[in-house]
Design a protein around this ligand. Structure first.
Ligand code: ADP
Ligand code: MG
Length: 390
């Protein structure tokens, strides 16, 4: 989207004149470290150059108006700044509304509304975190527009997460908002979700590309299954506390876990905990491998991550497993795994430059033959985090 296009669309909707600003917040892909972010473990996401754009202009009154070019049938949704509450009828705007609400909850005074026009080029609901990008976008816009200078970009991420947890009632961890707010071009973010300490790791892959495959499948009950996994992990921690002093599964090494795991009484809960512990350790190893340029090891860890998500955490899907299995038959694929919350959505793969075309053609064709679905492929670049563009 160019500056001219965003401003033209904005003026079409809301009239011309005044001070129109344009912001951008990226979606993200997580290379490894899945379902570890609410278990006090590590994650390893990167921001994409795909994301959500927002053009805004402040108003004199206390009304906020929202319009998304992606969801034109909803029209302009008006919200009273002094009366912000979740509403099913308002649909998608519950995400940006929640961010206004969170600032208010934290005691920030917002006494002027604004007109907001949104456009996103990330597929929604595919596990690339369009929702987090929308929240981070709004969080940054509010910070800048009302001059809340004490709010850092990490705070913007935390505000987005708080909003999704408490306004949208989706119990997500911090990874998605953090990646969108703090992303860095050509780097992945190695984040300890327990302490929020982070380190940028250069993703220097001259011979490979990161390819995202969208299965176009999203099985229902995603949100409830996600919340079930969270409570399984909480149960595991409670039982483990009889044997070790921990607050989260991310604190355990593999050896420690193996020693004490028998205090977990339920087989399913034990499998969930196993995934959280092993996945965290894989993520730590994967960052080291990437730093040393051991890309084959990185790929192996990606495949192991997938197996664990499939068998122990049980958040994969038949379609996604098929995509990952197909990738194993191609010699130029370094690694592949499900990315995002699960039950469909996308895989992320690292593919040799000269295999990318074959990857797209062969996997696309076989997937279509088996499931009758056209997978979408995105050969992605790693971009910077949320910022004002114009
Ligand atoms: P994901 O975050 O993986 O893309 P979610 O289901 O968490 O999937 O979030 C998708 C939702 O976010 C959409 O259904 C919509 O409500 C909202 N959303 C994301 N991007 C946009 C956009 N450009 N315009 C309007 N709503 C959006
Ligand atoms: Mg989301």
């Amino acid at each position: 989207m160019t500056k001219e296009q965003m401003i033209e669309k904005f003026e079409e909707m809301y009239g011309s004149g005044g001070d129109i600003k344009v912001y951008f917040a990226p979606g993200r892909v997580n290379l490894i470290g899945e379902h570890t972010d609410y278990n006090g473990g590590h994650v390893f996401p990167c921001a994409l150059t795909l994301g959500t754009y927002g053009a805004i202009r402040k108003r004199e009154d206390k009304t906020i108006q929202f319009y998304s070019l992606n969801i034109p049938n909803k029209g302009v949704i008006k919200v009273d700044l002094e009366n912000i509450a979740p509403s099913e009828a308002d649909g998608w705007t519950d995400y940006p509304k929640g961010v206004f609400w969170t600032y208010q909850e934290r005691g920030y005074k917002i006494d002027q509304g604004m007109d907001v026009l949104i456009y996103g080029d990330i597929p929604n609901g595919s596990g690339l975190s369009s929702s987090a990008s929308l929240e981070v976008l709004m969080g940054l816009i509010i910070r800048d527009s009302y001059g809340f200078a004490d709010v850092s970009m990490v705070d913007v991420a935390l505000i987005g997460q708080y909003s999704e947890n408490n306004f949208n009632k989706m119990n997500c961890g911090i990874m998605d908002q953090f990646a969108s707010a703090m992303g860095k071009k050509d780097h992945a973010i190695f984040l300890d979700t327990n302490t929020l300490e982070y380190e940028y790791a250069p993703v220097n892959l001259p011979d490979e590309k990161i390819v995202i495959t969208n299965s176009k499948v999203k099985h229902s009950l995603v949100d409830s299954a996600y919340n079930d996994r969270r409570s399984d992990c909480e149960k595991a921690v409670e039982e483990l506390q009889k044997a070790v002093k921990i607050k989260s599964l991310g604190e355990l090494s593999i050896e420690e876990f193996e020693k004490v795991k028998s205090v977990i009484t339920d087989d399913t809960v034990r499998k969930r905990a196993k995934h959280a512990v092993y996945e965290n350790q894989r993520t730590i190893q994967a960052e080291e491998a990437l730093k040393k340029g051991e890309i084959a090891k990185f790929g192996k860890l990606m495949y192991e991550s997938h197996e664990s998500l499939r068998k122990d955490y049980e958040v994969s899907a038949e379609e996604i497993d098929y995509l990952v299995d197909l990738s194993k038959d191609l010699s130029g694929v370094i690694g592949s795994r499900i990315t995002g919350g699960g039950f469909g959505g996308c895989t992320v793969s690292i593919v040799k430059n000269d295999t990318v075309d074959t990857f797209i053609q062969e996997i696309g064709a076989k997937y279509k033959e088996r499931f009758g679905l056209e997978a979408e492929f995105y050969v992605v670049d790693i971009g910077d985090g949320a910022r004002q563009l114009w």
